[in-house]
Design a protein around this ligand. Structure first.
Ligand code: ADP
Ligand code: MG
Length: 150
């Protein structure tokens, strides 16, 4: 399976999707979070980090920093918001290559240009009249196989 679509009527549904995905994640994973402003990318990232922490602990959002690091049991999470990035090469100053050993959650992934890993999960959120749709798309055999079990 290479893609999966889920309707998210509210934030609780976003949390459920995050808890569904969390057990399948491992070091080296890259999740590109796509969708316009207000689509719910940050909401999803925070829900995923909470799910990995196994609690409802409050996750501060990376408002002024391009990357925020979270230590969760067994997995270090690097949450990028590249909206303000001017040049793709600037990701190197954020320790890009090292962060790819953890779990990378990347908002505005296209800002990274060619540095965006090819093998990844794309999660595209879209605002609808009654909530959000989430489309998960697997790139590479590993993600394609895993998407089956999600
Ligand atoms: P982005 O990071 O994509 O710009 P945010 O996550 O910061 O978006 O903001 C999304 C807004 O939409 C928040 O106000 C959040 O409460 C709301 N929201 C998030 N997910 C859902 C959902 N599934 N249904 C309805 N509203 C949602
Ligand atoms: Mg955001």
């Amino acid at each position: 399976m290479s893609h999966l679509e889920v309707f998210l009527p509210d934030e609780a549904a976003t949390g459920r999707l995050a808890r569904r995905l969390a057990p399948h994640l491992k070091p080296g994973d890259v999740i590109a979070l796509r969708g316009g402003l207000g689509a719910g990318k940050t909401t999803f990232a925070r829900a995923l980090i909470s799910a990995l922490n196994g609690s409802d602990t409050d996750v501060p959002s990376p408002t002024y920093t391009l990357v925020q690091t979270y230590d969760t049991p067994g997995l270090t999470v690097f949450h990028f918001d590249l909206y303000r990035l001017d040049d793709p090469d600037e990701v190197m100053e954020l320790g890009w290559d090292e962060t790819m050993d953890g779990l990378a959650l990347i908002e505005w992934p296209d800002k990274a240009g060619d540095h965006l890993p090819q093998w990844r999960l794309d999660l595209t959120l879209e605002q609808t009249v009654d909530g959000r749709t989430a489309r998960l798309e697997a790139f590479g055999e590993d993600w394609q196989a895993r998407l089956h079990g999600i």
